[in-house]
Design a protein around this ligand. Structure first.
Ligand SMILES: NC(=O)c1ccc[n+]([C@@H]2O[C@H](COP(=O)([O-])OP(=O)(O)OC[C@H]3O[C@@H](n4cnc5c(N)ncnc54)[C@H](O)[C@@H]3O)[C@@H](O)[C@H]2O)c1
Length: 322
C-alpha cells in the first residue's frame, strides 16, 4: 500500500511513518518543517530496510500541484499537517487559520476527486470550555469570543470536521475523523507549548517547572503508539467513514500533580512554580479546565483500550530525553 502522511516529519506523523514502513508499505511525506523536523525521520531515511520506500517532500500542503501529484499516487491519506500548539496559534494567527482550513479543504477536495481514503486529525480542543467528564462525540460545543484567539484553533478544527462530513454526505468520501486528546511520546517537542516535554526538559535541567494558572486544570494522556494503532485500524474499517471518534487516555491528572510526578521520576531538584496565564500566553487567555474523553465509541468499533499507564510512557520519554 502507498500511504501519504501530511505532517509526516512531525511528532505523531513520524511514528505513523515508522509503523507503515515496518509493515512493509511505501510512505510519502509532505511537511514544511514549521513545527516538525528532519531529525524526526532521519533515522528512517538512513535505515537500509526503508530507503527505497520512504519519499519525503519538503513543501506546504497549500501547494496544489504537489498535493495533486501525491494524493493521485497514494491509496490512503493521513492528514496530520496543521498549525498546532496554543503558543504557535497565538504567535502566527493568520498562517494557522490558512493552514488548518485551506490546507484541510485541499486535502479533502483531492481525496474526493481521486476517491482516496483519508483520516483527518482533529482535536479535543473542538469541545471548547466544558468541565464535565467524560466528553462524548455528540456533546455540544462552547467557545469563547473571537477576540480570544486561542479559540481559533478549536474553530478551525471544527470547520475541518464539518468540511470532511460534508464531503462524506455529498460524495461518499471515505473519511474518518479522529479527535485526539493529549498525545505524548518520544520526539514530541515542548517548543510550542506541549506540557510533558516542556516539564521534562525543565526537570532534567533542575530548572523550576512552570505550571500555568493555579495548576488545577486536568488532562489525560495517551501514548503515541496507541494512537498510531488506532489510526491504522480505523482506516481499514469501512464503518469508521463519516464518523468522529475520540482517541485519548482515561487517567485524569492535574498539571500540578503532573509536575510533581515528573520531578519524582527524574529525581530532579526542581520545584513547581505557578505562572499566571497572561504571563505565559497573553492577556485574557482562557484555558480548558478539564478534558477527559469517552472512548466507548472507538472501543466498540475496533476494541481500543488505552493500555500503557502514564508512569511507563513518561519514563520512556525521560530516558529518551536524557
Ligand atoms: N499531539 C497532540 O497531543 C495532539 C492533540 C490533538 C490533535 N493533534 C493533531 O494531530 C496532528 C499532528 O500533531 P503533532 O502533535 O504531531 O504536531 P507536530 O507539530 O509535530 O506535527 C504537525 C506537522 O505538520 C507540519 N506542517 C504544519 N503546517 C504545514 C503545512 N502548511 N504544510 C506541510 N506541513 C505542515 C509541521 O511541520 C509538523 O511536522 C495535528 O493535526 C494536530 O492538530 C495532536
Amino acid at each position: 500500500m502507498r500511504v501519504l502522511i501530511t505532517g509526516g516529519a512531525g511528532f505523531i506523523g513520524s511514528h505513523l511513518t515508522e509503523a507503515y514502513l515496518e509493515r512493509g508499505d511505501e510512505v510519502y511525506i509532505i511537511d514544511n518543517l514549521s513545527t516538525g523536523s528532519m531529525e524526526n525521520i532521519e533515522f528512517l531515511q538512513n535505515d537500509d530496510r526503508f530507503r527505497d520506500r520512504l519519499f519525503v517532500h519538503i513543501d506546504t500542503i497549500l501547494n496544489h500541484d504537489t498535493m495533486l501529484e501525491l494524493i493521485g499516487i497514494c491509496d490512503t491519506v493521513f492528514h496530520l499537517a496543521a498549525a498546532v500548539g496554543v503558543k504557535y496559534i497565538l504567535d502566527y494567527p493568520l498562517e494557522s487559520i490558512k493552514t488548518n482550513i485551506q490546507g484541510t479543504e485541499k486535502v479533502l477536495e483531492l481525496c474526493a476527486k481521486f476517491r482516496k481514503k483519508v483520516l483527518i486529525a482533529s482535536s479535543s480542543e473542538v469541545y471548547g470550555k466544558h468541565t464535565h467528564a467524560p466528553l462524548v462525540e455528540t456533546d455540544n460545543i462552547v467557545y469563547g469570543p473571537s477576540s480570544k484567539f486561542r479559540w481559533s484553533y478549536a474553530a478551525s478544527k471544527l470547520m475541518d470536521e464539518f468540511t470532511a462530513l460534508a464531503y462524506y454526505r455529498t460524495g461518499g468520501l471515505k473519511v474518518t475523523i479522529a479527535r485526539l486528546f493529549n498525545t505524548i511520546g518520544i520526539r514530541q517537542t515542548g517548543t510550542y507549548g506541549m506540557v510533558v516535554p516542556r516539564f521534562i526538559v525543565q526537570a532534567l535541567k533542575d530548572d523550576p517547572l512552570t505550571v500555568y494558572g493555579d495548576g488545577s486544570q486536568t488532562r489525560t494522556f495517551t501514548g503515541v503508539k496507541d494512537v498510531v494503532r488506532v489510526f491504522m485500524a480505523l482506516v481499514e474499517n469501512d464503518e469508521s467513514f463519516g464518523q468522529v471518534f475520540n482517541i485519548g487516555g482515561i487517567e485524569e491528572i492535574s498539571m500540578l500533580d503532573l509536575a510533581k510526578k515528573i520531578i519524582a521520576l527524574t529525581g530532579s531538584k526542581s520545584e513547581s512554580v505557578l505562572i499566571p496565564y497572561e504571563e505565559a500566553y497573553q492577556a485574557d487567555f482562557e484555558d480548558m479546565m478539564r478534558r477527559v474523553p469517552s472512548v466507548e465509541k472507538v472501543a466498540r468499533l475496533i476494541g481500543f483500550k488505552p493500555h500503557v499507564n502514564l508512569d511507563e510512557i513518561l519514563s520512556e520519554i525521560v530516558t529518551f530525553m536524557r
